[in-house]
Design a protein around this ligand. Sequence first.
Ligand SMILES: Nc1ncnc2c1ncn2[C@@H]1O[C@H](C[S@+](CC[C@H]([NH3+])C(=O)[O-])CC(=O)[O-])[C@@H](O)[C@H]1O
Ligand SMILES: O=C(O)C(=O)Cc1ccccc1
Length: 247
Amino acid sequence: MKQTPDRIYASPQEQVADFVFNEAVVRVFPDMIKRSVPGYPTIVENLGVIAGQFAQQHSALYDLGCSLGAVSQALRRHVQVEDCRVIAVDNSSAMVERCREYLHAQDSMFQELLPVEVVEADICRLDFRPASVVALNFTLQFIPREQRLDLLTRIRRALLPGGALILSEKLRFADDQEQALLTDLHIAFKRANGYSELEIAQKRSAIENVMKPDSLEEHRARLAEAGFSKVVPWFQCLNFASLIALP
Ligand SMILES: Nc1ncnc2c1ncn2[C@@H]1O[C@H](C[S@+](CC[C@H]([NH3+])C(=O)[O-])CC(=O)[O-])[C@@H](O)[C@H]1O
Ligand SMILES: O=C(O)C(=O)Cc1ccccc1
C-alpha cells in the first residue's frame, strides 16, 4: 500500500472539525494507522493466522469496517479453505473505492486467493450470511454506543458453531492511574513516530466526538449479553487490544 505521510493535523486549524473517513484520510490512511495504533501490523497479520484456525468450508469471512482492506488481504494470505468468501464492508465511499483497487492488485499478484466482495454499507444495517469468522478491527469504537449491542447480537446469530469474532479496540480504563499512564504512553508512541504536539492535540479533538472506546469489562459484559460464551484477549499493546469472542 502507498505510504503518503499523514500531515492532516500538521498546521494549526482555527476549529478542528470532527474526524471523517474522507478522501484526504484515505490518501494517508496506511501511514496514519501504523503511526497511531501500537501493534497494528502485528494484529492484522495475526488476525489472518487466527482466522485460519476458525475458517470453515461454505461460509463467509467478514471484514467489518474494512477501510483499505488490510484485514481482508491478511485473510486471503492465510486462509485456504474450500468455498469460503471474504466480505469486506465499509460505509465510506472513499475507502470502498480504494479498497477495491488494492484487492484487485492483490488478485493480480497471487493465484488461488479466496474471492472477495467489497460492499459499501452501514454494518448496523447488514444482513449477515452464515459466517465462520467476523473481524471488527478498530471499527466498533466508531459505532454509536447504543447500537453496539444490537450489532454484536446480529453477528453472534450469524456465527456458525466453531466460528469466532475477532474484536480489536482502543481501550479505556476505569482505574484513573492506569488510564493516565497508558494515555501518556500512547502519546509517547505517537511522538516517537514523528507526530508533533500540535498534530497529537488536534487529532485528539477531531476524534473525541466520533470514537468512543469502552473498557475491557464493558466489552466482556456486552459480548456476554450478545450471546458469546467465551472472551479471550490475545493481544494488548498499551491501550489497544484484540479479543477473540466465541459463540
Ligand atoms: N457504521 C459503519 N458501517 C461501516 N463501516 C463503518 C461504520 N462506521 C465506521 N466505519 C468504518 O470503520 C473504519 C474504521 S478504521 C478500521 C481499520 C481497518 N479495519 C483496518 O484494519 O485497517 C479504524 C481507525 O481508523 O481507527 C473506517 O473505514 C470507517 O469508514
Ligand atoms: O489516533 C488515535 O489517537 C487513535 O486512537 C486511533 C485512530 C487511528 C486512525 C484514525 C482514527 C483514530
